[in-house]
Design a protein around this ligand. Structure first.
Ligand SMILES: *Cc1c(COP(=O)(O)O)cnc(C)c1O
Length: 834
């Protein structure tokens, strides 16, 4: 019989145990071990069996056990301590305040496997961001969507083909509270959609998720929030309008006065269009004024260097869904499309959400240093005339939330040696982790590895049974993995650029490693492919097929239904974390960071975070053959490098030099943790992006947006007059200079209708390269010297310091200058000498 309606019945807690309710309601338990122990103590077996979910535990455990605990004084004391600890945590003074509130928009949030509202790295990063912001007391709320079916649950057919299931999720069972009386309405091409809002507390951070599955909506609108990354392009557009436009309306309905709007990847970018519309309607601004006032408070983070990873919407859809918006803001279809197009792009080309994100935010960043370089290149044409290294897209390297990802045993060692604040303490403190700690670290790592072995056996048996295999056919599962054997992990989305099957390209070498009598290696794989990605599923099939070989299956395994829980078990249990992306397609990658924090060195292509954090003490770099154009040949070269590292370095070090191995484990934890902690990441966001964005946004909007109007007028004037600006002469004595001295330079500059106050005239200088390019350019501002001559030219003069020996090149340029513009090159206006 199929149910037509359903409800969740909350268990009745004895009065004395009332404290369990707030502990379960706040997702801080997902990373706070003492709280988890309070739950585990209720019934350790049930706690394990229900996947460590307090809600399920309390609903399952039964009144008898709860009544017994209600009179257990020792337990009641622990409970009271945990409740007091949560209260103290929630009310602690913030260590990183920002003016107002940061609204962090993301299409997915990975807080915990028991709140399955994520697909992979982007969501897990958002979850870690919320948690670290909570720890540091950054005033931040998350805005997202509640997907009735989440992403999907993965299983495998007998021949290794990915199967997808979409279970119904119950928000009440996920510690979510309905925001009573809050209704958000958006127009979807004439359809009027109403959404309700769920709230989840993640420590001090609040997460609000919009949900279209409400009675007021007709069926086709209720399905707008059915699945994460499901459906066709129009479905995606509808979801993104609800996220961006609806998200802004939800903030207003909830009374949250956000000053910073952070877009975690392009999907939420429509928030900028909604802010512009509102500012125009409420403050009577022109489009140009609202555009400047809105973007000052916006931060856009791009997450992919793969063009296919960026949302693009056909013009026809954009015109339909934004017809009303265009009317309200007075833009025509050309004007709308231009926001999502590169300069000179074909006006019929699809609307690019990353391009719009770049335009509608005054501050932009990639997620690792290398990704910053790649992003500057990828979006350089939005700032024509600006040198590549000055394209105004910065980078903040991602981080991971330590207490979410590090095993309890490693946490205990590190907390004792480095301090309880190891997630945010200064790097110097990690010197305390020296060779005297090796036995403790080795013991902690062994515990994680034994858990991985046990869980892998159980997992393989359970999924084999569910595929219809019999217990006797699965007897081999009892012999899978061995805690004494070198164990290598690989878990990620099966996107083709991640090249999960690189190892399989040389099966004879792989077999040799797996089957070595005295120094064997074992591999654990996991990961999902997007339901529409048949190439990704084919990679899974290859890995799974290999893992079915009776000779190899105890040493080479694939765990289906990858999620945060499997991820933790793997990262905490493997000896080496493997990553084989096609450089530079991995923007950052975070699973390797989680492994490193647990003392598992990475063996990876120098891509993403590994490119900036790798040193020979902390792991291995697979050489990347980017210069090889032929892809098959390139894969072969890189696979050779991977096998050589395994055969000649990793295996011998592990088996022949345990002390050397432990030195690497220690270095990996001590050197890397301070760099890859989400606490460091959130601090960088606050200092480099949130605080300046809040300050600029507040300044521009204050007093009826007087400064915003002023800035827009100035931008308009400078744009209009810029074609008249040029540098006509650059004078400098080209005779030999003395190191340490300075050389005078002078320029003759035409400013047309602009005044010297509107611009900065700069000398640009540095080492002169072979092709006449200035390398590692520096700038000095030149100052106006005297009045303009008859035809309006002015002289600007200054001195350049001669600080390095060798051939120096010099040029001059004019860039706009205004105190309300943080990055002058952001206007994309530069006039160069010559
Ligand atoms: C960390 C994590 C990811 C991201 O891993 P990458 O290294 O960025 O591929 C994806 N899924 C889960 C479940 C994770 O825990």
């Amino acid at each position: 019989v199929r149910a037509v309606r359903s409800l969740t019945v909350r268990p009745h807690l004895p009065e004395a145990l009332a404290g369990l309710d707030p502990l379960a309601a706040n997702l801080r338990w997902t990373w706070h071990r003492p709280t988890r122990q309070v739950f585990a103590a209720i019934d350790p077996l049930v706690w394990d069996r229900c996947g460590s979910d307090p809600r399920v535990l309390l609903a399952t455990v039964g009144a008898e056990r709860l009544d017994a605990l209600a009179t257990d004084d020792a337990y009641l004391t622990r409970l009271a301590d945990a409740v007091a600890d949560l209260e103290a945590y929630l009310s602690a003074p913030p260590t990183l305040p920002v003016d107002g509130t940061v609204a962090y928009f993301s299409p997915e949030f990975g807080i915990s496997e028991v709140v399955p509202q994520y697909s992979g790295g982007l969501g897990v990063l958002a979850g870690d961001h919320l948690k670290a912001a909570s720890d540091l007391g950054v005033p931040l709320v998350g805005i997202g969507l509640f997907y009735r079916h989440g992403y999907f649950r993965q299983s495998l057919s007998l021949d290794g083909w990915q199967q997808e299931r979409f279970p119904n999720l119950d928000p009440y069972a996920m510690s979510m509270t309905l925001c009573e009386g809050i209704r958000v309405e958006v127009d979807l091409n004439g359809d009027h959609l109403v959404a309700q809002v769920w709230r989840t507390d993640v420590g001090r951070s609040r997460l609000y998720l919009l949900d279209a599955d409400v009675d007021e909506n007709p069926d086709h609108l209720r399905l707008v929030t059915d699945r994460l990354y499901g459906g066709d392009v129009e479905h995606r557009l509808r979801q993104e309008i609800l996220l961006g436009v609806g998200g802004i309306r939800a903030l207003e309905a909830l009374g949250i006065d956000a000053t910073v709007f952070h877009t975690n990847e392009g999907h939420a970018g429509f928030l900028g269009l909604e802010r512009i519309r509102r500012l125009m309607a409420n403050q009577h601004l022109s489009f140009a004024e609202a555009y400047e006032a809105s973007r000052a408070g916006c931060v856009f983070t791009t997450h992919t260097p793969v063009p296919a990873g960026i949302d693009r919407f056909p013009r026809e859809l954009m015109e339909r869904y934004f017809a009303r918006w265009m009317g309200e803001v007075g833009l025509d279809a050309e004007g709308l499309m231009a926001l999502g197009h590169r300069p000179d792009e074909d006006p019929t080309a699809p609307f690019n959400m990353a391009v719009m994100g770049m335009r509608l935010a005054a501050r932009r960043n990639g997620v690792a240093a290398l990704h910053g370089v790649v992003s500057r290149d990828m979006f350089a044409d939005l700032w024509p005339g600006v040198p590549l290294e000055e394209v105004p897209v910065g980078s903040v390297t991602n981080g991971v939330h330590g207490r979410t990802w590090v095993s309890r045993e490693i946490d205990a060692v590190v907390s004792e040696v480095v301090g309880a604040d190891w997630e945010s303490c200064p790097p110097e403190r990690w010197v305390a982790l020296d060779e005297r700690c090796d036995p403790a670290i080795a013991g902690a790592r062994r515990a994680g590895k034994e858990r991985l072995v046990a869980r892998t056996r159980e997992h393989l048996r359970t999924s084999g049974l569910s595929r219809g295999l019999s217990a006797s056919e699965l007897a081999w599962c009892d012999h899978v993995l061995d805690a004494d054997v070198l164990t290598i992990g690989f878990a990620r989305r099966f996107a083709t650029y991640k090249r999960a099957a690189l190892l399989l390209s040389q099966p004879h070498r792989l077999r040799h490693l797996l089957l070595s009598a005295d120094r064997p290696v074992q591999f654990v794989f996991a990961g999902k492919a997007h339901p529409a990605d048949d190439a990704g599923k084919e990679l899974i099939r290859q890995v799974v097929t290999f893992s079915h070989d009776p000779q190899l299956r105890t040493r080479f395994v694939f765990l289906d239904d990858y999620d945060m829980s499997i991820s933790r078990t793997m990262l905490q249990g493997v000896d080496v974390w493997l990553n084989t992306p096609l450089r530079p397609h991995e923007a950052c990658g975070t699973s390797g960071m989680k492994a490193a924090m647990n003392g598992a060195p990475n063996c990876s292509i120098l891509d993403g975070w590994w490119d900036e954090c790798f040193t020979p003490e902390v792991g291995w770099a697979i050489s990347s053959a980017e210069s090889v154009a032929d892809e098959a040949r390139r894969n072969e070269v890189e696979a050779n490098s991977l096998f050589e590292l395994l055969e000649q370095q990793i295996v011998p070090l592990y088996y022949d030099d345990p002390a050397g191995w432990m030195a690497g484990v220690r270095a990996c934890m001590a050197q890397l943790t301070p760099q890859i902690s989400a606490h460091r990441m959130v601090r960088d966001y606050v200092e480099q992006l949130y605080r300046p964005a809040a300050a600029d946004g507040i300044r521009l909007l204050a007093d009826d947006v007087v400064r915003g109007r002023e800035l827009a007028a100035w931008v308009g004037r400078v744009r209009d007059g810029w074609h008249q600006v040029h540098v006509d002469e650059l004078e400098m004595d080209e005779g030999m200079g003395e190191l340490g001295s300075a050389r005078r330079v002078g320029t003759r500059v035409q400013l047309g209708s602009l005044s010297p106050d509107d611009v900065t005239v700069e000398a640009v200088f540095g080492h002169l390269g072979q092709s006449g390019e200035i390398e590692e350019a520096q700038t000095v501002a030149l100052v106006a010297d005297g009045e303009p001559d008859g035809d309006g030219h002015r002289r600007f003069v200054g001195e350049i310091p001669l600080t390095v020996a060798g051939r120096q090149g010099i040029t001059a340029r004019v860039v706009p200058h205004h105190e309300l513009v943080a990055q002058p090159l952001d206007l994309g206006l530069v006039a160069w000498a010559g």
